[in-house]
Design a protein. Structure first.
Length: 212
């Protein structure tokens, strides 16, 4: 069995969604003064590689503590769109992967955008599903959809149409993935277990692919 880490490192120097801020780390307890190390970490619930629960966008939507842990683990496929070079991903760009999608519980959209992680360009111009493509994807029996970009909607959006299409169908969204380029197209397990936060709208995750 092989595990592939699909997560960015959380640090005070990491990129943060515009309008929020990077984590703040302090060390109130040290081996020198208390006999043990313990950090205090202050961060937004959608920091770094993270999962969006329906409650993130949908009024009355499920929170993390209302979702079974097995909904964050499942059979997965990668949809390789890195050569697409289009700002909008349409149904026609996905149809060749339909047989993979039908057998999957998670689909991961590999656009190659994670190469810009840590650079200003990461937040603008990334590929997005069209409304029609999002509705088409959501018609399959999926637990979740993952992307290697900052969001499934444009930065600055207030309507969040793609989030809404997916989360209304209880398809969780996983954002800021990395290393999708080294995964097989299918035949692996994807795990994105979040913290079990009371009334949690989202949580950073250590997303991994488990390859037999």
């Amino acid at each position: 069995m092989k595990l592939v880490d699909l997560s960015h490192t959380i640090s005070p120097r990491m990129p943060a969604y515009p309008g929020t801020s990077p984590p703040v780390f302090t060390t109130p307890c040290t081996i020198a003064n208390t006999g043990f190390n313990e950090r205090k970490v202050i961060l937004y619930s959608h920091t770094g590689t993270h999962v969006d629960a329906p409650a993130h966008i949908i009024p009355g939507g499920k929170t993390l503590d209302q979702i079974s842990a097995d909904n964050f683990v499942g059979k997965s496929s990668v949809l390789d769109l890195a050569a697409n070079k289009k700002s909008t991903i349409e149904i026609v760009d996905l149809e060749s992967y339909q047989s993979f999608i039908e057998k999957s519980e998670f689909i991961l959209l590999h656009t190659g955008w994670c190469q810009l992680w840590g650079k200003k360009g990461y937040f603008q111009g990334y590929p997005l599903l069209s409304h029609e493509a999002a509705k088409w994807v959501s018609s399959f029996n999926l637990k979740g959809l993952g992307v290697d970009t900052i969001s499934v909607d444009e930065v600055g959006s207030t309507a969040f149409p793609i989030h809404r299409i997916l989360l209304e169908r209880n398809i969780i969204v996983v954002e800021n993935l990395t290393n999708l380029n080294i995964l097989p197209l299918s035949g692996f397990i994807f795990s994105c277990l979040p913290l079990n936060l009371e009334e949690g709208d989202g949580s950073p995750v250590r997303a991994v692919a488990i390859i037999e």
